[in-house]
Design a protein. Sequence first.
Length: 375
Amino acid sequence: MPKCRAIAALGGVWLLVAAACAPTASSPPAPPSSGQPPAQSAPDQLQPLIDAARQEGRVSMVWGSGIFGGAAGMRRLADGFNKLYGFNVEVAFTPGPPSTEVAAKTVLEHQAGRVTSVDVVLAPADQTISMLRAGALDTIDWGCAPNVRGTKSIAAGGVAVEVETLLSGITFNSNRVAGDAIPRSLQDLLKPEYRGRIAAPPYAPSFSELAAPEVWGKQRTLDYATRLSEQIGGLIRCNEDERLISGEFDILAPMCSHGRVLLKKAEGQPLDFVVASDSGITLPFYMSVPKNAAHPNAAKLWINYIVSREAQDLIYEFDAMDAEMAAGSKTAAFLTSMEAAGTKIHRAGMDFYQRNDAEDMNATLVEVQRILQKQ
């Protein structure tokens, strides 16, 4: 049986837990995704990590208030985290700035040799790659983490674990756009009948991924952005749903993610979305542990809990999204149905950014933003 070794320092203070165990060939079966999840208990091989995390007493995180149900959702996740491991570790969540700022700060703290402000970083692939290249993230052997090991959630050799997957696409007011009038591709948005009815986010989500050679490439992306700029009636942020609901605009494209749309639809609002058939893109978000984290053992246990089916079901309840690569993923089931219908899905994860030139993609994004903002 694989074991985790905990190394103690003088005075009995735990300084390091080495997850020195080989991954198994497959992940454990997931509990049912409907109804109440069965009671869980932590496997024996996690006990050294649990003991060390109990000594640490805390795990700290900072991300946007709209993620994972905000403070209320994090309280429920914290309860499940402590119940699973049988301890009472403080989950210190602070609603904060965008992940770009947290990632940049993590790099600066690493370069200065300081203990990082957070124990767990939540970021998309491009920002996680930047932290990885700066040497700011710990490479972890997840063999002792039963919810992580053996899954495709692990990225970059153990540096990151996928915890949520966003889908890009087209949001529309379902009272004003229905049936054959629904645009099914980004190319459809260039039709004359949509002129002036489309809003676009000023930050141009997903255009950097479109610019990758394996998707559209730079020139096609810039040409499309120029033509789209002639179609749009205004620029709005992705969270300005009321401007679609009111009918000020009929369509928002490209949307930032599908989860917000599904939550509004469940509330009875006239919103829906399609994954564009010519540009289906997934945008995974990852959790990582900084090298200079103050509470690295609790951080590893937190990530192991977050990819459990219990936590993933809670996240889906809060965000209408879960991790495509996690066992029993609802997002994965939806994507499978889309691919079966002929939509090509590009998964813009860590390996995508390692295959493509992120700097060139981001430079194209800046050009697209200027085009859409008519600068």
